[in-house]
Design a binder for this molecule. Structure first.
Ligand SMILES: Nc1ncnc2c1ncn2[C@@H]1O[C@H](COP(=O)(O)OP(=O)(O)OP(=O)(O)O)[C@@H](O)[C@H]1O
Ligand SMILES: [Mg+2]
Length: 275
């Protein structure tokens, strides 16, 4: 079976500034992986490179494959990258919904790649797509908000709408870039639980960047930790003791450990706590 994500020797500079150094990473289908690192460590750059939104340094040996298809190689996008992107959903800290449009229309955008664009533009959606979007909104518990403008939803509800869009898309890989950074703890747990549910029930591969270790402990069996654009840890999350994090991050450790003590309070992922 092809890997869900296969990255080798990924190098990326912005001007003279290095953002990723020879990052190599392999993720199996159905894994749920936390991407941890202090601010500026390269989390967003890596996630965007996986989706082909950043290309690696020209002339490098960099290679990114997702679901067995090349996304980019040697700093060039693969010609069929759109086909691969249809199977990949990105979820952002700032939700990335079209504010003035109803939640339902935003969620149906997940189906755009299999629907003529005029249908979306005119708001004439096929009945089966509407039913699918409604089911996705029900799954995340915001079906009552379906016809509200996206801008009228709370942050947590907007992020749940973004997750419904990924469900409607039928995404096999979900790349979530700090999806809970703007949310309160209750909404954060809800959003992380939903990502874990898509991972378990739909077998979606999830790579989620986080600032704080406690959510990685509660929801992600595996953690990849970046520091200054390099992978400094890749292994079981539960093996990341505070001591180990201090070794990896020195002065940056507090930023990541800060809320770690609360990890034991989580009841959302009992299977992880039992491990
Ligand atoms: N578009 C850009 N132009 C110039 N430099 C950039 C750009 N995007 C990222 N960088 C730089 O690349 C490095 C990695 O940034 P990146 O955004 O990937 O970090 P991050 O781990 O996502 O940080 P944060 O936790 O703050 O989101 C940083 O030094 C950043 O300043
Ligand atoms: Mg970032």
């Amino acid at each position: 079976m092809p890997k869900a994500i296969e990255v080798s020797n990924l190098r990326k500079h912005f001007g003279a500034k290095p953002a990723l150094h020879n990052v190599s990473l392999s993720v199996r289908p159905g894994e749920m992986v936390a991407l941890l690192g202090a601010s500026g460590s390269g989390k967003s750059t890596l996630l965007r490179a996986l989706a082909g939104l950043h290309v690696a340094d020209a002339g490098s040996e960099s290679r990114v494959e997702v679901l067995g298809a090349t996304v980019q190689a040697g700093g060039r996008l693969a010609p069929h990258v759109r086909r691969t992107r249809a199977k990949v959903a990105m979820i952002f800290q700032q939700f990335n919904l079209v504010d003035r449009l109803p939640v339902m229309t935003n969620v149906l955008a997940g189906a755009l790649y299999r629907m003529p664009a005029w249908r979306w533009a005119l708001g004439r959606f096929p009945a089966d797509e509407l039913a699918r979007a409604h089911a996705a909104l029900t799954r995340v518990g915001i079906e009552a908000c379906a016809w509200q403008r996206a801008s009228t939803l709370s942050g947590g509800q907007q992020q749940r709408a973004a997750i419904s869009r990924a469900v409607v898309q039928g995404a096999q890989v979900i790349l979530a870039d700090e999806p809970i950074a703007s949310l309160d703890p209750t909404s954060s747990r809800r959003v992380m639980s939903l990502l874990a549910e898509l991972n378990r029930e739909l077998n979606a591969t999830v790579l989620v960047s986080l600032h704080q270790v406690d959510y990685a402990f509660a929801f992600c069996p595996r953690t990849v930790a970046l520091r200054h654009g390099e992978i400094v840890y890749d292994g079981p999350t539960r093996a990341l003791s505070k001591q180990r994090l201090r070794e990896l991050y020195d002065s940056q450790a507090d930023e990541l450990i800060e809320a770690g003590e609360r990890a034991a309070d989580f009841d959302a992922a009992p299977e992880l706590q039992a491990a």
